[in-house]
Design a protein around this ligand. Structure first.
Ligand SMILES: [Zn+2]
Length: 440
């Protein structure tokens, strides 16, 4: 089969590379789709990403084996096949694909550097892993693309990185997303989606995830940008997504497709060694090295000792998740998952596991003097006590302490639904129960 991949066609103003995928499917109706269209999320920490940093790959050929429905376009059901018997040469497909891209991509936007590729040979899996976890130099991606087939890269050519990575993906873990698109006349206007129907769908289809943020009362299936997407429902399996979609009361979608994706897989995370590399995302285990501090803008930062010492941050957009960071104490053992921010080097926490909690005690009274019975005075933090009457000394441990209840429990915490990244694995997928946030 052929791998038709494209990337970096959107801008902050509008468009969406997944919409371009639906236009590619329309253009190539003389060929068959093989398998689901693929939406592959790449390193969320690349400094130049437009929005979600997702690349697309359609597999095309002449279908054999079984066929299954993957979407609807212009009132027609669109099917994909499980296998392919042959395909036209990439050189024949590329000019047609490039014409579709040139029609729709936001090529004028300074941040947009599109590319389209048609491969008849799959790039090596390492290209996917490097693009999801690190930075792939454009020259390296061009070399891999040349080996794999034909491509066209525009402007600085960065889009070729996503093309190669999306075509190189061999799913181990995977999820699905059904994406619905708005009628053209509605683009840029406010979306009409009944939030009650989203809450009901969330309850009726437990295999779906990240639909609704109960804490912040926000529908999270719809993007906030002015792109052509109406809404998208993410799920563990594709089989009931069409049914789930039909329970949403909204403006009538123009078209819809089910995509196979690496969303919610945590494939961007790597166990960090002694040093943490910038623009990567890491898993760090260590001890909280000091009390958390609250910074201007509401960000909460705590130092972590995991071989080296590094600051970890729960930024303002993570909302209630900041309470978790604020409730940590020096000595707590945690596992932190997050992306490495450069200047100053900080981990932007995406998820945290509390492994061990230190005891929290408050001093309720000074001890009474063992010689004369009078109440003793503190001589400084951790320095103990002295009797003002007879000058007898007592150690700090002589004070009367009361154990207080910790605001945290052992286990996992994650940001509310609206503050999660596409690629981060929600605890629901891990089969873990999320702890409730501390109350304040
Ligand atoms: Zn005394």
């Amino acid at each position: 089969m052929l791998h038709l991949a494209f990337d970096d066609t959107d801008s902050l103003k509008g468009m969406c590379t997944t919409f371009l995928a639906t236009e590619m499917i329309r253009e190539f109706s003389d060929l068959d789709l093989i398998g689901y269209p693929r939406l592959v999320r790449l390193n969320p920490n690349v400094p130049w990403k437009t929005r979600g940093n997702g690349a697309l790959c359609l597999r095309l050929g002449r279908g054999v084996g079984g066929k299954f429905k993957v979407g609807e376009l212009e009132g027609r059901d669109i099917f994909a096949w499980t296998g392919s018997k042959d395909h036209p040469p990439p050189e024949e497909i590329l000019p047609r694909a490039a014409a579709v891209l040139e029609k729709w991509a936001e090529i004028e936007d300074v941040l947009t550097n599109p590319a389209v590729a048609v491969f008849d040979c799959k790039p090596p899996p390492s290209m996917y892993w490097k693009a999801v976890r690190d930075i792939v130099p454009i020259a390296e991606a061009r070399e891999a693309a040349k080996m794999a087939g034909a491509f066209r890269a525009y402007k600085n050519g960065r889009g070729i990185v996503g093309c190669v990575a999306a075509a190189a993906w061999r799913p181990q873990d995977r999820t699905y997303e059904i994406l619905t698109y708005r009628q053209r006349a509605r683009w840029g206007t406010e979306r009409d989606i009944d939030s009650e129907s989203v809450i009901e769908m969330d309850g009726r289809f437990p295999e779906t995830f990240n639909n609704y943020d109960t804490l912040n009362r926000k529908v999270t299936i719809a993007p906030r940008s002015s792109c052509p997407i109406l809404f998208g429902i993410r799920a563990e399996r594709p089989d009931r997504l069409e049914r789930a979609m039909r329970t949403i009361r909204s403006e009538t979608p123009d078209r819809w497709f089910i995509f196979e994706t690496n969303q919610g897989t945590d494939e961007h995370l790597v166990k960090a060694g002694k040093s943490v590399k910038r623009h990567t995302s890491v898993i760090l285990r260590g001890l909280v090295a000091g009390p958390p501090t609250v910074h201007l803008g509401g960000h909460v930062i705590f130092p972590l000792n995991s071989g080296g010492r590094i600051d970890c941050a729960a930024y303002e957009p993570s909302k209630q998740f900041r309470r978790v960071a604020r409730a940590l104490m020096a000595g707590d053992e945690v596992v932190v998952c997050g992306s490495v921010r450069d200047e100053p080097k900080t981990i932007n926490v995406e998820k945290i596991r509390v492994v061990k909690l230190v005891e929290s005690k408050v001093k309720v009274a000074n001890p009474s003097c063992p010689s004369c019975g009078k109440r003793m005075k503190s001589i400084g933090r951790g320095a103990g006590f002295r009797c003002l009457a007879c000058r007898t000394k007592a150690p700090a441990t002589a004070g009367v302490w009361k154990r207080t209840e910790r605001q945290l429990k052992i286990g996992w915490y994650e940001p509310p639904v609206s503050a999660r990244r596409h690629i981060s694995m929600p605890l629901k997928r891990l089969g873990l129960k999320e702890n409730a946030y501390p109350s304040k």
